[in-house]
Write a protein that binds this ligand. Structure first.
Ligand code: NAD
Length: 509
């Protein structure tokens, strides 16, 4: 199904999972990657050992010393060429993303497009790593701040965005003068091998030293090597809140830096002034797109009581038309979950909903038979619940949409929306200016992303991406997210013949 694409991406049947650029090695156990689409073995990757990791970190440290003195716009030029290479490989890589992760082919292409977009963004940024110039209170002094490269950046990523999250981090880190060690999800190792191959080729062509971009493959044990390692200046970790808490504890204990991009529990508020046509498209795509496995997936719909029945009816009708099946077939809307463990989390959640008194109005279930041999295909569910239910407070990484009723003012709906531990993405559907502005105000959504009349799902490269509370507080991608990949230094230069001391202190010799 994917042999030609693998060939196009330069992936052999015997992939090494450790790389410092052009050099590939790996002495660890073999990790098999099975597709959730049809359950078939796609390929195998050699995991990294502790010794492999040691070699990688030493090379990354050495490479940093060379890379940081290359002018930022020249580093940007390398990233520009990486973007061009991705344009060439877009179809092959998009298909591999779809086949190894299970999202639709269109979404696989979309993920590669996000990589291309962040390349373009980073190229421009490579000439804009500005600090401020500040008027000094001392005469004949000049003061300014500037940003320097930070060091080695460790990127730990999740299965659901197997290529884009790495690119968001790597492109910014590279133009900032950092070197990168990537530990991808053990569920999508081939996507990682493909990405590293593409970048390594570009780096080699530009005589960039080995160790500027490295790959280590394995489970959390390899991730822990990164988080414990003082030589890693910044750990950018994307995944579950459970993982983020563990990583944060370890990195904070050594006073290292983190960017944490963790779980979401995203809601759309639907007020009586909503355009229900827009709402329907945004809510259904947000809830079932990527089979509910986006960090920004719409999990809760908070609907005003006066329009509740109408909204419910339109959703139930729309769900009847959803086609589930092979995500490479563009006629299907919903593909598989990542693995049978994820299926178990989904079926457990359905039991939990009913136990807590929720009412399932669009029935779920695991599909079997022809086309569903992997055992990973499930039916999208809608359930009427209370926001306080324990199961609603949790992020279940599956297509389960909770319907919640509110009454009275929009502030009541905002209270419901904010009353969860996570704070990633949120949205309000309304044509009422006062409601929209309240939602965006300091009394409004407490999420890192707050939208009006678009859904919760997805985001643009140009904006800073991330969330509050248990989502971790990190920001990636656009706006000034680059600052996290650099260290700030304040410089003061005295060009007078005096040394004025603070607080009028005299200290003459
Ligand atoms: P996960 O937490 O199981 O794994 C994520 C990564 O962390 C993997 O590479 C894993 O090997 C590694 N890991 C796990 N424990 C670790 C530890 N103690 N130390 C170091 N590394 C460790 O997550 P997943 O199932 O791959 O992804 C789904 C989760 O990711 C969801 O909760 C989703 O919301 C979240 N996510 C968040 C964002 C965001 O930007 N906020 C984006 C994508 C996914």
């Amino acid at each position: 199904m994917i042999e030609n694409e693998l060939k196009g991406l330069g992936i052999s049947s015997d992939n090494f999972g450790t790389s410092t650029g052009s050099t590939w090695f790996g002495k660890g156990e073999t990790l098999n990657s099975y597709s959730p689409v049809d359950g078939k073995l796609i390929g195998s990757v050699k995991t990294s050992t502790k010794e492999d990791y040691e070699e990688v970190i030493q090379k990354a440290q050495k490479a940093f010393k060379e890379w940081r003195v290359i002018p930022a716009p020249k580093r940007g030029e390398v990233v520009r060429q990486f973007g061009d290479k991705l344009r060439e490989k877009k179809a092959d890589l998009g298909k591999l993303v779809s086949y190894e992760m299970g999202k639709s082919y269109q979404e696989g292409l979309g993920e590669v497009q996000e990589m291309i977009d962040i390349c373009d963004f980073a190229v421009g940024l490579s000439r804009q790593l500005y600090g401020a110039t500040i008027h000094s209170e001392r005469p004949l002094h000049r003061m300014y701040d500037q940003y320097h490269p930070l060091g080695v950046v460790g990127v730990i990523s999740a299965f659901n965005f197997p290529v884009a999250v790495w690119a968001w981090n790597t492109c910014l880190a590279l133009i900032c003068g950092d070197t990168v060690i990537w530990k991808p999800s053990e569920k999508t190792p081939l996507c990682a091998v493909a990405c590293q191959h593409i970048l390594a080729e570009v780096l080699a062509k530009n005589n960039v030293p080995e160790g500027v971009s490295s790959l280590v493959v394995g489970d959390k044990v390899i991730g822990e090597l990164i988080s414990h390692d003082r030589r890693v200046a910044l750990v950018s970790a994307t995944g579950s809140t459970r993982m983020g808490i563990e990583v944060n504890k370890v990195v904070a204990a050594r006073l290292g830096k983190t960017i944490l991009e963790l779980g979401g529990n995203n809601a759309i508020i639907v007020t009586p002034d909503a355009d229900l046509k827009i709402m329907l498209t945004a809510a259904v795509f947000g809830a079932v797109g990527t089979a509910g496995q986006r960090c920004t997936t719409t999990r809760r719909l908070i609907v005003h009581e006066t329009i509740y029945d109408k909204v419910k009816e339109s959703l139930v009708n729309a769900y009847q038309q959803i086609k589930i099946g092979n995500p490479l077939d563009t006629a299907n809307h919903v593909g598989p979950l990542i693995d049978t463990h994820a299926v178990k989390m989904y079926t457990d959640a359905l039991v939990e909903i009913e136990k807590e008194g929720g009412k399932i109005i669009v029935e779920g279930g695991v599909l079997n038979g022809a086309g569903f041999e992997s055992g990973c295909y499930v039916k999208p569910v809608i359930a009427e619940v209370e926001n306080e239910f324990k199961i609603v407070q949790k992020e279940t990484f599956a297509p389960i949409l909770y319907l919640i009723k509110y009454s009275g003012d929009v502030l009541n709906a905002i209270d419901v929306q904010n009353n969860v531990a996570q704070g990633l993405s949120s949205s309000i559907m309304t044509n009422n200016l006062r409601e929209a502005e309240l939602f965006l105000s300091q009394q409004g959504s407490d999420c890192g992303i707050a939208n009006v009349n678009i859904g919760t799902s997805g985001a643009e490269i140009g904006g800073a991406f991330g969330g509050e509370k248990e989502t971790g507080g990190g920001r990636e991608s656009g706006s000034d997210a680059w600052k996290a990949y650099m260290r700030r230094q304040t410089n003061t230069i005295n060009y007078s013949t005096e040394v004025p001391l603070a607080q009028g202190i005299k200290f003459d010799f």
